[in-house]
Design a protein around this ligand. Structure first.
Ligand code: GAP
Length: 492
């Protein structure tokens, strides 16, 4: 990417972040205490948008697939879970400290940033070679080699400007705490770093109690926690975030068929949200995790480049097999069709709710030049799919007098049970339209003097700003048709 283009992209991302805060979507956590790094809170419109997104994912999984059922497992799990899953031994990032600034960095990110710098300066080959060397060292777990690479490349701490580095150490990303009231006797437990393990340990419970037959899936939405050392790009990488995961249990040997099935289904889902095809791409993992026999990311083009939003992983019988071994409980399924017992293989779809939220926000954020000559100005609005938009419609009386507010409230009261709508009477109608554009409300319903005569209102459409006159009796149907998540589900 050319430097100027990149700077514009950065400005765009900064604008999106400011917009998210100013219009009630996302706030820094504990802001009055200067914030907590990589932790965020969702404001009134952000909370609605996120809820709509999670509902849509849940319904796409469980309603459109009769063989996929839901689960809501606890954040805390028995500590052995994380031994079996491999998280205690290998859920690590290599980190390095600068002795002068006392700042901690991810060693691999320092090297990757250096490689990106080479690329920016027209030395792409040098950058590529550096990334490859890093990959080789990490693969060989040669942490001293990684340190030598950092020193050789003259990488300095951005704060102190020195190259006084400590050795590179592995840093486990799980947060731990103690159970029980007496700390000395208490056991260490972890805040789950992924929701998937709650599904694995409940495999037999769900299979037996919901009488599921392989192939079947278990879907879950919930919080996950990772002590990310490098926390940046707003809600892209957080320490507390939400995942929407589905584990699909299949007959061994049939996993590639299901891997392809879920890859295609999930890509269709992203497009159905209104994400243009050219902003999505699949990225196959070249280097597979030890438990996977296939893996890919669905990436979205954020203002800072194509980045992972969702992972599709064929995880073999690694997780169920390990839980069987560590718990010493048989985790097997009797398949009546082939008259055999086996440990099912798993195809996983794993998507971050916060990261998808960021994708929706970046995709919706629109700055457009409108008007002619002296009247030229920028119009900013959020082009959310109406089914996902936090507020579906705003009911706006033209003035605060002559009975218009009463009529508008009457309309509001009829619609409020079925739609998240807003009533607003302060300021000029133009300013109120602008305000709704900024939070992405697809429809503004203006109540004027004609409404008192003939029960018609004006509907203003967010994206085109076009207006049309409709009868009050039509409003419910019009909103239902335009904002139902059925529009998305039916297109899948
Ligand atoms: N169970 C598999 C798993 O957890 P992952 O690739 O580590 O796989 C899946 O995470 C998804 O969770 C990612 O694609 C991303 O959307 C989201 N995610 C992971 N770490 C995150 C973080 N620190 N902040 C926000 N979202 C994150």
């Amino acid at each position: 990417m050319a430097k100027q283009e990149e700077q514009q992209e950065n400005v765009l991302f900064r604008n999106i972040i400011s917009h998210a805060k100013e219009y009630g979507f996302v706030y820094q956590s504990s802001e009055i205490y200067d914030g907590l790094q990589a932790v965020y809170d969702y404001g009134p419109y952000g909370a609605e948008l996120k809820k709509n997104l999670k509902d849509l994912w849940w319904q796409s999984m469980t309603r459109l697939n009769q063989e996929v059922v839901g689960l809501d497992s606890a954040i805390f799990m028995h500590p052995h879970t994380w031994k079996a899953s491999g998280h205690i031994d290998s859920f690590n990032d290599p980190m390095i400290d600068n002795k002068d600034s006392k700042k901690r960095y991810r060693a691999d990110v320092l090297v990757e940033d250096k490689a990106a710098e080479y690329e920016k300066n027209g030395e792409a080959e040098k950058g590529k070679a550096l990334v490859e060397e890093l990959a080789r060292l990490l693969e060989a777990e040669d942490l001293e080699g990684v340190r030598e690479l950092i020193v050789r490349e003259n990488i300095v701490c951005p704060v102190s400007g020195t190259a006084e580095w400590t050795e590179v150490r592995q840093f486990n990303l799980m947060f731990s705490t103690k159970v029980g009231s007496v700390a000395e006797d208490a056991d260490t437990i972890y805040l789950r770093p992924e929701t998937a393990q709650g599904i694995f340990v409940n495999f037999l419970n769900v299979q037996k109690t919901a009488r599921m037959k392989v192939p079947f899936g278990i879907a879950q939405i919930g919080k996950a926690f990772r002590n990310e050392i490098v926390a940046r790009q707003f809600i892209f990488r957080m320490r507390e975030f939400e995942q929407m995961e589905m584990q699909y249990f299949v007959r061994p040997g049939e996993e590639m068929k299901w891997y392809e099935h879920w890859r295609d289904a999930r890509l269709r889902w992203h497009k159905a949200l209104g994400i243009p095809e050219e902003k999505l791409r699949l990225h196959d993992h070249e280097k597979l995790a030890h438990y996977a026999n296939a893996a890919l990311d669905i990436e979205f083009e954020f203002p800072f480049g194509f980045k992972e939003v969702e992972g599709i992983h064929s995880r073999t019988d690694f997780d169920l097999g390990n839980h069987q071994e560590v718990s010493r409980k048989k985790i097997q399924y009797f398949d009546p069709e082939i008259n055999k017992n086996y440990t099912p293989y798993v195809v996983e779809t794993s998507i971050g709710a916060d990261r998808t939220f960021l994708m929706l926000l970046c995709n919706a954020y629109t700055e457009e030049e409108v008007g002619e000559g002296d009247k030229k100005k920028m119009r900013t609005y959020l082009k959310f799919h109406p089914a996902l938009a936090p507020v579906k419609a705003a009911i706006l009386p033209l003035t605060k007098k002559d009975g218009l507010p009463d009529k508008a409230r009457e309309i509001f009261d009829k619609l409020k049970y079925d739609f998240n709508i807003i009533y607003e009477e302060q300021q000029s109608i133009g300013k109120r339209y602008t305000r709704q554009d900024l939070i992405g409300t697809p429809f503004c319903i203006a109540v004027d003097y004609d409404t008192l005569e003939d029960d018609t209102v004006t509907i203003r459409h967010r994206d085109t700003t076009e207006q049309e006159r409709v009868h009050i009796n039509e409003l419910h149907n019009r909103l239902a048709e335009a904002t139902s998540i059925r529009n998305i589900l039916e297109s899948l």
